[in-house]
Design a protein. Structure first.
Lengths: 150, 193
C-alpha cells in the first residue's frame, strides 16, 4: 500500500488522532493487513506515538500485522455448526488449501480463521468467505465453493 | 484549593480537593501498599493492591484508593480482614508471574501470601505499566508499550526508538517491581531483532 493512499484515508478523517482506529480499519479492509510503512505514516500524520498504534493494532483481532490473503475464510466452530460437522468442513479446507487456521497460503490467496458463531445457526455448518455466507456446507461441496475464488 | 477533612484508620486527616485517598493517606504517614503508583505519573489503578474500605458499619464498600478522590467526611479503613484477604490473593496471583520479585515476597510475608498457591507462569511482568507510563508521561519517548491483550499481553520496545533513546536512559529499569528483569530482557530482544 503506498503512502498516497494512506494519506487519502487520513485526510478523509481530517487527520484527527481520535480517528486512529477508523483509519487503521480502512487500511486493513483495503489492504488486508497493516504494513509497517503505513503504521509509521499514520503515526506521523495523526501525531500518535508508535507504542499506542502497536497496542491497538495488536489488541483487536480485526487488525493483522502480517500479510493476509486476498480472500478471508471464516469457518464457524460454534456449538450448532460443530455438532453439524464443522470439524469435517474445516478438515477439507485445510486439505485443499494446505493451511491451518490463522495461516495464509504462499500465493496470498486465502487466509483461514475459525470463528465461534456467525449468528445463523440454522444454516450450519456455516462458512463465510469475504463476507459472503455459505450455509449448510457438506464436506464434499466445500472444495467446489473454494474453486470459485481466484 | 480548599481543605477537606476525612478519617483514615481512625485518624483525622486533612487533604486538599483533588487529592486521591492514597495521596491523603501518604501525606498523613499512613502506608497503603502499591505496585503501580508513582508520584510523577497519572493514577493508573492497575495493581489493585491499594484497595481500602469506605464507610462504617454494615454499609462498606471497597474502592481503589489511588484513583478515588478524597471527599469531605470520608471514613476510610486501610486494613481489615476482608482487605487483607483480597490483597493476599492479588499478591499470590502476581507471584505466579514473578515468583522471585523481592517487593512481592516482602508483601507476601506481610500478608501471609503463599508463593506457591498458583501454578507458576513466570513472565516477570505484572502489568503495572510503570515503565510504559514513565516513558510516555515523563520522558515522552514512547519507546516501550504494551502489545497484545489478555493472557498474552506483554511489554515491548519499539526497536527504532529504543536503539536511539534507551541506552542512555534506562530510567524505567529501577521502577520495575519485579526487579527490572523483564524490561532488560525485552529491550535486548527488541534491539537484537
Amino acid at each position: 500500500m503506498d503512502n498516497d493512499r494512506v494519506d487519502q484515508i487520513i485526510d478523509k478523517h481530517n487527520g484527527e488522532a481520535s480517528s486512529l482506529i477508523q483509519v487503521l480499519l480502512e487500511i486493513q479492509s483495503e489492504h488486508h493487513w497493516l504494513p509497517k510503512s503505513a503504521l509509521e505514516r499514520v503515526g506521523e500524520r495523526l501525531q500518535v506515538p508508535r507504542t499506542r498504534i502497536l497496542h491497538i493494532a495488536t489488541f483487536y483481532k480485526a487488525f493483522s500485522l502480517v500479510p493476509k490473503g486476498r480472500h478471508e475464510i471464516n469457518v464457524c466452530m460454534g456449538t450448532a455448526c460443530h455438532v453439524r460437522g464443522a470439524g469435517r468442513v474445516l478438515d477439507v479446507i485445510e486439505d485443499v488449501i494446505g493451511i491451518k487456521p490463522g495461516e495464509t497460503d504462499l500465493e496470498l490467496k486465502f487466509s483461514l480463521e475459525t470463528v465461534n458463531c456467525l449468528g445463523c445457526c440454522a444454516l450450519g455448518p456455516v462458512l463465510e468467505i469475504d463476507g459472503t455466507t455459505h450455509g449448510k456446507m457438506a464436506p464434499g461441496e466445500t472444495a467446489d465453493v473454494l474453486l470459485n475464488y481466484e | 484549593m480548599s481543605e477537606i477533612l476525612l478519617e483514615i484508620d481512625g485518624q483525622k486527616v486533612k487533604a486538599k480537593t483533588g487529592m486521591t485517598v492514597l495521596e491523603a493517606a501518604k501525606a498523613a504517614g499512613i502506608r497503603i501498599p502499591t505496585l503501580c503508583y508513582h508520584e510523577k505519573l497519572e493514577p493508573y489503578g492497575g495493581c489493585r493492591l491499594c484497595i481500602v474500605e469506605l464507610g462504617a458499619g454494615e454499609r462498606k464498600k471497597i474502592v481503589v484508593s489511588c484513583v478515588y478522590l478524597a471527599e469531605e467526611g470520608l471514613v476510610v479503613t486501610t486494613r481489615s480482614e476482608k482487605i487483607d484477604r483480597i490483597r493476599r490473593t492479588i499478591i499470590e496471583l502476581y507471584l505466579a508471574h514473578a515468583p522471585d520479585a523481592f517487593e512481592l515476597l516482602e508483601l507476601a510475608k506481610e500478608y501471609g501470601a503463599d508463593r506457591d498457591r498458583f501454578a507458576k507462569e513466570a513472565s516477570f511482568c505484572v502489568h503495572c505499566g510503570l515503565c510504559v507510563r514513565y516513558c510516555a508521561e515523563v520522558k515522552k519517548k514512547f519507546a516501550v508499550g504494551f502489545v497484545d491483550r489478555g493472557t498474552r499481553k506483554e511489554i515491548s520496545f519499539v526497536p527504532e526508538i529504543a536503539a536511539e533513546e534507551c541506552w542512555d536512559c534506562k530510567e524505567c529499569f529501577p521502577l520495575c517491581p519485579t526487579e527490572a528483569l523483564q524490561a532488560a530482557f525485552v529491550l535486548m530482544r527488541a534491539l537484537s531483532l
